[in-house]
Design a protein around this ligand. Sequence first.
Ligand SMILES: Cc1cc2nc3c(=O)[nH]c(=O)nc-3n(C[C@H](O)[C@H](O)[C@H](O)COP(=O)(O)OP(=O)(O)OC[C@H]3O[C@@H](n4cnc5c(N)ncnc54)[C@H](O)[C@@H]3O)c2cc1C
Ligand code: FES
Length: 1230
Amino acid sequence: AAVTTVEGIGSTKTRIHPVQERIAKCHGTQCGFCTPGMVMSIYTLLRNHPEPTMDQLTDALSGNLCRCTGYRPIIDACKTFCKSSGCCQSKENGICCLDQGINGLPEFEEGNKTSPKLFSEEEFLPLDPAQELIFPPKLMIMAEKQPQKTRVFGGERMTWISPVTLQGLLEAKFKYPQAPVVMGNTSVGPEVKFKGVFHPVIISPDRIEELSVVNHAHDELTLGAGLSLAQVKNILADVVQKLPEEKTQIYHALLKHLGTLAGSQIRNMASLGGHVMSRHLDSDLNPLLAVGNCTLNLLSKEGERQIPLNEQFLSKCPDADLKPQEILISVSIPYSRKWEFVSAFRQAQRQQNALAIVNSGMRVFFGEGDGVIRELSIFYGGVGATTICAKNSCQKLIGRPWNEEMLDTACRLVLDEVWLPGSAPGGKVEFKRTLIVSFLFKFYLEVSQILKRMDPVHYPSLADEYESALEDLQSRHHWNTIKYQNVDPEQLPRDPVGHPIMHLSGVKHATGEAIYCDDMPAVDRELFLTFVTSSRAHAKIVSIDLSEALNMPGVVDIMTAEHLSGVNSFFFYSKPEKFLATDKVFCVGQLVCAVIADSEVQAKRAAKRVKIVYQDLEPLILTIEEAIQHNSFFKPERKLEYGNVDEAFKVVDQILEGEIYMGGQEHFYMETQSMLVVPKGEDQEMDVYVSTQFPKYIQDIVASTLKLPANKVMCHVRRVGGAFGGKVIKTGVMAAVTAFAANKHGRAVRCILERGEDMLITGGRHPYLGKYKAGFMNDGRILALDMEHYSNGGATLDESLFVIEFGILKMDNAYKFPNLRCRGWACKTNLPSNTAFRGFGFPQVGLITESCITEVAAKCGLSPEKVRTINMYKDLDQTPYKQEINAKNLIQCWTECMAMSSYSLRKEAVEKFNKENYWKKKGLAIVPLKFPVGLVSVAAGQKLSPKIQVASRELRMPMSNIHLRGTSTETVPNANISGGSVVADLNGLAVKDACQTLLKRLEPIINKNPGGTWKDWAQTAFDESISLSAVGYFRGYESDMNWEEGEGHPFEYFVYGAACSEVEIDCLTGAHKNLRTDIVMDVGCSINPALDVGQIEGAFIQGMGLYTTEELDYSPQGLLYTRGPSQYKIPAICDIPTELHISFLPPSQNSNTLYSSKGLGESALFLGCSVFFALRDAVSAARQERGLSGPVRLSSPLTPEKIRMACEDKFTKMIPRDEPGSYVPWNAPI
Ligand SMILES: Cc1cc2nc3c(=O)[nH]c(=O)nc-3n(C[C@H](O)[C@H](O)[C@H](O)COP(=O)(O)OP(=O)(O)OC[C@H]3O[C@@H](n4cnc5c(N)ncnc54)[C@H](O)[C@@H]3O)c2cc1C
Ligand code: FES
């Protein structure tokens, strides 16, 4: 085999590949951690299709995740390889993406369609397929010369057998009947890695030709078990082109699911045989293969045999299964017959690359055109331990005509047969029950429609409004416009400020040369540290037995709290927090001990052998409600009061009380927590290489743990693969323990968390409960608002109090509430401590305020946007903490966003669409944004690049002369946190300060020799002993807040914006699609528009994830279930708005900030809630049509489950409901 890596296709030392160049120059990298993956996906695509279509492009990237960019710039880079970039090239119904407006409306003013580009295509290297690497001929010759024989690779613990002939395979399987036959390893691999399954022998038959057969017989297609799912997809796509439609029903259904099954990487590896044999409960293909009466062709040394792929096989009945010595050779899939119909359904948390919550295959055979059921077969996945067949129901329906009565009976029968207990694993029980019948209804409609088409005389037409149930929500091709500011014509041509400058490390990200913490080469005698964490949420540690673990090979030490005695705690706010648990644990995932071994594998193996005995303690507090019941809060409570709320309530027309709950969010930075601590061996000095946003904090915590002066600890941060607020406090704890181990053993120690550990140990965004009482006039003016915020802080204080404070200060968002009382509590619970996260409480409290406004609007019979406008700040005003505010730009963003999105026209169109479509609804919403910036919070940390533009402007020096290195406490000893929205401000102003100092010193030299070069001037400075190093410092903005008085000046300035989103939902499944988003932002004067757009888009998409798909599930015992990308769904490429338009307000001056720019790192995350409210609007339309009055209470994230269950209908009424308390639910409502 030859493996080509991202380093192999191009490098800065030789020549970079066009893919690498374009992804960098199109601003497709921010933290850069995902970039090599993106590059390789595009590279692979181009190797197969040098001029791909947009479909191929989105398909190729469907398995890649990016947490920073929001994908748009990556798509832009790819599009430059498409035949005609900028257009989907698929003229669906004769119109392409650029012509077609949503709802038939022209979506964008003509003039705006071609927005200025953030990159220039002219300078791109051309893609020349002839220049690509070829498979090394040397290897081919070697392979030819090698004798064809079974290869055996033996390790310490396992043996890998790779037979080359079928006979060899059968013999191996005969000899090792229990050994798995590993093809793609996408099923066995995860079991080994995550479930600890161990196979001493593995058989790998990937070189056996007989497993790749494709046989066309007169009535069936036989596909080799070794074909990859990608190959199967291509073969079926070909077959459906060639055969008449009536024969290809099952192939069409398979193709539909193969389009969304995993991502292209998995489909390229996973085999048909592996898929069938794994029999995963949520397998997408098995229900279809089962309804299609497929046959499995088996072979062993004893000979061939066939078994049906039926219910017994799927439930692993020994009589219907393979014998241990048998292997699956191929799968025969029969052609469908005339009057036979097959359909495939699935619903997942995310449209693509997400396992189905429920899926189904359904087949009916009428035999002739009389519409009487002769055969019926229905299988469901996701609802039991295996794929389930509704056999009895199908049997009872044989002979029934295909009509609504039959459907009604079918639904009741199936619900009875496919029974799902209230405590079923995976939860979402009522949703699953509803999907079971909703899919059946869709099947009924699909078949009815085809029958009508085949025989219009005998079959009635479907009601028009029902047709909307049939189409799936399609992802149309993405397109976008960006309107940014023009550079001041007075500006010097070489001054880079205001230009879309590429990320400094962009090319290195794309070539894989960028070095992250774990890329650092191993240090001599380096050790690896892994943590053993608590498996209980609240318990006493009765005993810890380390003996077995200590005896494991390679183990050097296991440290407990005892070892750290005297230094096992740190102060963050006011209370000491412990590094390692002592006698009690307060959450699952709490650090209990640290295993140090020669290698990662050895450390991890030993960690599993540490035996801890716990005794559970009461109470167990997981939810905010439980914390309220137990009065479990961190002190102090915070309160802000403005005006006279109680008096105001007496004069208002109406009062409403409500609440909204909002779930937390996992940072999901691509680079997990990583650190390497190297004792320098002299003077007790320590080098700490760590991925953090706050090097000084790490330096302090390590120094205090080692009882060293801080000047002996050097903390280095070259780059961070995403942080979003999650790489400060917990990073410090882990760095302290790692440093302690390094110091104790005098050896370098590395600690890199795996994704699952990272998600388990580190908290994320605080879940919130907001309760409100609003007093308002009938015209929508809110005169009194009494608000309560409760956050779920977790087990320790961390930054919870700051989050509550910021939340209270920011809750007014864009509105003037003349009489306001807002109180906030951080709840102490038995969850891992929640911490800072981009937006720092604002995304939660903003949603609460906007929900309140939406409800007020409903009560007044007004539109939410009307009530928003009425209550918005007007020009000069005062915030609840009595800081002055000029809201001119807020109003401007709002009105421009209204205009840019053609809000009123589109609202009418949405209403029309909703009238005409019963099962699909559209929703439209617009939200304003006022995001205060000033007090340093901890959040993102991408905005370091402007430093180079600042230096270039100040020194009047070309950017190519400037080099930026990673930061270190050695060079910048007391830098503030890289977080909040103020990174660019702090760093940029400090750079400006330093450059001005330098220039002052150099000016006399330059003046003497104005024609000289920088080299000349530097030499003269050296000759004249003039220092050429300068330190600049910016101490941050002045801010104060007096909580007793309820007033202060906590913020320096406000970022304003507005976003309008339009969505479509499928009322039967809860699926949704973001059709279009328009964002207008007040960015001040943009220093780098590409960077600003990137921050806005990235934050918006992260916000969309927060409000719609990212759902954390915990067990009733407080264990986080969602510990990886398979369970936790951050937005993928399929989730981004089909259309995205971003526009900056014209430049506005702001004397206090860097060149009048504004920090945009966090603010736009909140704008993701425009999608939440658009979904709410769509759900409300469905409910109204179904005669459901009263406000709809929807919590965040608004997942397919919640959307479906809110669109109540006859199917939601039909499902059985469990009495609360009669069962233990799978998950706790956190
Ligand atoms: C990230 C990810 C996303 C996924 N998403 C989806 C999804 O959306 N929908 C979905 O349906 N599935 C999904 N899957 C599951 C995936 O479809 C299966 O893991 C895959 O099809 C298994 O094929 P494989 O070749 O990798 O199997 P392997 O892991 O190689 O083998 C699996 C099992 O099959 C047995 N086996 C394999 N070949 C033979 C043979 N010829 N004879 C006898 N036994 C054999 C092996 O002994 C082993 O027990 C996903 C998996 C991953 C990792
Ligand atoms: S740039 Fe994609 S994850 Fe950071």
